[in-house]
Write a new protein. Structure first.
Length: 265
């Protein structure tokens, strides 16, 4: 499937999603919002995709919601579904990225702000170049955080650092972002995609169903007691065992002292 506002490519078992509105620093227009939800659904349904990298075209990763242009004129009919919508597009974006149960990497090539910063924080890892820059931006628009920022960021860097960045809405350059934990890897700009692909391929050395189960149980156990977490770990062990070919391959590769070749089956 092709998309108007993003590019979707595959490199082996790694899908690369490139937000493609460089003239607006990849701001989230209505079209890009819809394309992003659709491409995440496509990648999740594709068994040949074992992990996903998200990046931006041009100088920016994602500058947040696109607020350019005039406000809609006149009245329009509001549907019942819209009236009952608990999440809005910002919630659907957060849910799509967080509940995507394959590994996700944000390749941070430039500025990310607002809902674009939330999108990056929703990924499992963030690999950034010296050009990466974070800014919460919501208070500058007379808004409190949305798109999951107030949920993601304290879990990544702790409450006091998160509230600092939310309430000051200050720029955080790449070096500070790496020190705070907003970035997990800091690499030269010319090596950003190579390093991001290298991390994704490290994930891909392991059986994909077990990887997905590992991500799911780790996410779920963030909110559980130790006792419930242990029960959840035992429950998730069954998913890896449910891929008999990979279970056999793991045993055979160990016995034969060779690199395994997993298939996800």
């Amino acid at each position: 499937m092709t998309y108007e506002n993003l590019l979707y490519d595959k490199d082996g078992h790694v899908a690369v999603i490139t937000l493609n509105r460089p003239e607006r620093l990849n701001a989230l227009s209505r079209g890009l919002q819809q394309d992003f939800l659709a491409v995440m659904a496509e990648a999740r349904a594709d068994d040949s995709v074992w992990s996903v990298i998200i990046t931006g075209a041009g100088r920016g990763f994602c500058s947040g919601a696109d607020i350019s242009g005039p406000m809609p004129a006149g009245e329009r009919t509001v549907t019942q579904n819209e009236r009952l919508d608990e999440w809005s597009w910002v919630g659907r974006q957060a849910l799509a990225i967080y509940h995507f149960d394959k590994p996700t990497i944000a390749a941070m090539n430039g500025v990310c702000a607002g809902a674009g910063m939330s999108l990056a924080l929703g990924c499992d890892l963030r690999v950034g170049s010296e050009n990466a820059r974070f800014r919460s931006v919501f208070l500058e628009r007379n808004l409190s955080p949305d798109s999951g920022m107030s949920w993601f960021m304290p879990r990544i860097i702790g409450y006091s650092r998160a509230i600092d960045l939310i309430l000051t809405s200050r720029d955080v350059a790449a070096d500070e972002a790496y020190r705070l934990g907003l970035l997990d890897r800091l690499v030269p700009a010319e090596k950003l995609m190579d390093e991001s692909l290298a991390v994704a391929n490290q994930f891909g050395q392991h059986p994909p169903i077990a990887v997905r189960a590992a991500k799911r149980v780790t996410q779920q156990n963030l909110g559980k007691s130790l006792e419930d977490g242990l029960r959840n770990e035992l429950y998730h062990l069954s998913f890896g065992r449910g891929a008999p070919n990979d279970a056999k391959e793991a045993r055979d590769a160990r016995a034969e002292r060779r690199k395994p070749n997993y298939t996800g089956t």
